[in-house]
Design a protein around this ligand. Structure first.
Ligand SMILES: Cc1cc2nc3c(=O)[nH]c(=O)nc-3n(C[C@H](O)[C@H](O)[C@H](O)COP(=O)(O)OP(=O)(O)OC[C@H]3O[C@@H](n4cnc5c(N)ncnc54)[C@H](O)[C@@H]3O)c2cc1C
Length: 158
């Protein structure tokens, strides 16, 4: 199975909505896929929240189920890191015959990917403000990004 997707990542509001379906149809067409053959599903991008719970007895979350990078909405890096953590936690739990996974939050918190996600979360708050409202710093960053043709994005990668 192949998942394909499209999203609108613009930050400024209010602004005209983008005809995402049309743009998606054109992108699929260019790849030899007809939209009519696809099942369309919409999902909110869930961001990582250190206060949220990411495991339960016999259940471990990883990847987008834990949350994507709150700064840029990317999730491949964290999905790979969290997948390794979840696998290690499952292996340890099976070895100890204890599938409550009570140390999973600590493992995430103290891991490189957990620290990286927390830094991105803090940075997102600084740049976007709470609740997604643009902060002054965010507006300055967007202007710098537009002037540099996107190079400011690269400089920000932590
Ligand atoms: C349009 C778009 C562009 C993106 N661009 C970037 C980018 O440039 N960089 C970046 O880092 N991230 C990007 N992301 C985000 C990134 O794709 C995800 O964060 C990442 O793939 C999450 O990995 P995952 O393993 O959690 O989930 P997924 O990659 O979604 O994998 C989940 C898998 O589970 C399968 N599945 C679902 N339900 C079931 C079921 N019941 N039984 C069996 N299998 C099931 C699905 O088919 C899927 O293959 C983008 C996302 C979108 C939508």
């Amino acid at each position: 199975m192949m998942n394909r997707g499209i999203f609108d990542s613009r930050l400024r509001r209010p602004q005209a909505p983008v005809p995402l379906k049309q743009a998606f149809e054109a992108a699929l067409h260019a790849r030899g896929v007809a939209l009519a053959e696809c099942t369309l599903l919409g999902h909110p991008a869930r961001c990582y929240d250190p206060a949220a719970r990411h495991s339960a007895p016999r259940v471990l979350l990883a990847g987008d189920a834990v949350g994507c990078d709150p700064l840029l909405g990317e999730g491949i890096t964290s999905a790979l890191g969290l997948g390794i953590l979840a696998a290690e936690t499952a292996v340890d739990g099976l070895a100890r015959d204890d599938l409550r996974f009570r140390d999973y939050e600590r493992r995430i918190r103290t891991s490189a990917v957990g620290r990286w996600l927390r830094v991105r979360r803090l940075t997102a708050h600084v740049f976007y403000g709470r609740g997604g409202r643009n902060s002054t710093l965010g507006a300055l960053w967007l202007r710098a990004r537009a002037r540099s043709g996107g190079a400011a994005l690269d400089a920000l990668s932590l």
